[in-house]
Write a new protein. Structure first.
Length: 354
């Protein structure tokens, strides 16, 4: 049988070569289990006609070696080229779907620029980490949205603020800066208005399919369960998304973002107006290792955050750690919040209050 031509994968990237070496040792069946999207590769390249699905126990190199030379010639198959294309496809899809944790975002570092007047910002650097909640506070129009835009586009001193944003302590390449599918920031705005004629289940399943989630039924179940945990009033899988209330829509999007979105940073704009359990929403997001940036005017939420970034005149004026004294004040504010929650619930239920 003709030996496979050049089974050594060549790349200038040592990390990629190491990944391919590990993948090349696995059987086709093992690869299909981990990466079901390779079935599309087999179909598009007509490898099913050459018996790839009948030889699942072989490695991909073993499968190519098993193809008779005449069959390969008839199919115009260049084994060496097919070998490289196959592993290139897996690597690219893993990056697209954020399945490779070694390339995941672990930290975002912001280096100072200038405010609207051109004056230097008064901080040396800010580093944001996974599972951290950062409050962004400041007057309306002060520049909170500009800060998020700088982070989303991984600014290189090329935005109005002249800030620089590093991803994992490195200057990000264009694939990170301008990716449409894997944006650094998932934004949850104050108003969630659905226009699609879908049920809740169809909406979640569509997102799960776009992320090539293997167990879509479990994804649907998990998102609905978390969404109903956040919402003031529960809803069902058969509920049309256009029939959801504002609070239900917000809870669905927060749960969906936490569980299915690949974006490492989540911005929530004024969650105090969401009509949901705010604390549970934040806890869910950080439990999924998201960096949560929260624009808020609510003192309880600002103090619940690990830190708060103060924006004035388009620039970052201060970065404050939440102190022990402020945490003590937070306990009082949460007690007041609980009373207000019970009061609102009583009024909604038609009860008299005293």
């Amino acid at each position: 049988m003709e030996p496979l031509i050049d089974t050594v994968y060549t790349s200038d990237n040592a990390h990629v070569c190491a990944q391919v070496c590990a993948l090349a040792e696995q059987s086709i069946d093992e690869l299909l289990t981990k990466y079901p999207f390779i079935e599309d590769f087999f179909t598009e390249n007509r490898l099913h006609d050459l018996g790839v699905f009948d030889k699942r126990g072989l490695t991909f190199a073993g499968f190519l070696n098993s193809i008779h030379p005449q069959s390969a010639e008839d199919a115009a198959l260049d084994k060496a080229e097919m070998y490289k294309s196959f592993f290139d496809f897996i690597i690219q899809m893993k990056e697209f779907l954020d399945l490779d944790d070694s390339s995941a975002v672990h930290s975002i570092r912001i280096l100072p620029g200038t405010d609207k007047s051109g004056a230097p910002e008064s901080f040396s650097e800010i580093t944001l980490y996974r599972s951290e909640i950062i409050a962004i506070v400041g007057p309306t129009g002060s520049g909170k949205s500009r800060l998020l835009a700088d982070i989303e586009w991984a600014a290189r001193g090329d935005t109005p603020t002249k800030r620089t944003v590093l991803v994992n302590d490195k200057m990000p390449d264009k694939a990170v800066r301008f990716s449409v599918n894997n944006s650094l920031v998932a934004q949850l705005s104050q108003n969630m208005n659905f226009v699609m004629d879908l049920t809740v289940e169809e909406f979640i399943r569509l997102h799960a399919e776009s992320r090539l989630v293997e167990d879509k039924d479990e994804a649907v179940r998990a998102v609905l369960e978390e969404a109903n945990r956040l919402a003031g009033e529960s809803f069902k899988l058969q509920t049309p998304v256009t029939a959801l209330s504002g609070g239900q829509s917000r809870s669905l999007m927060i749960a969906d973002t936490a569980i299915l979105s690949s974006s490492p940073i989540v911005l929530i704009d004024e969650i105090e107006n969401a009509g949901i359990d705010r604390k549970k929403a934040l806890e869910l997001l950080v439990s999924k290792e998201k960096i949560v940036l929260m624009a808020t005017h609510d003192p309880a939420l600002a103090l619940y955050a690990d830190r708060r970034i103060v924006i004035k005149n388009g620039g970052i004026a201060a970065v404050l750690e939440t102190s022990a004294e402020e945490k003590a004040l937070l306990a009082e504010l949460e007690h007041i919040d609980e009373k207000l929650y019970k009061l609102r619930a009583a009024l909604r239920n038609g009860e008299r209050v005293g």
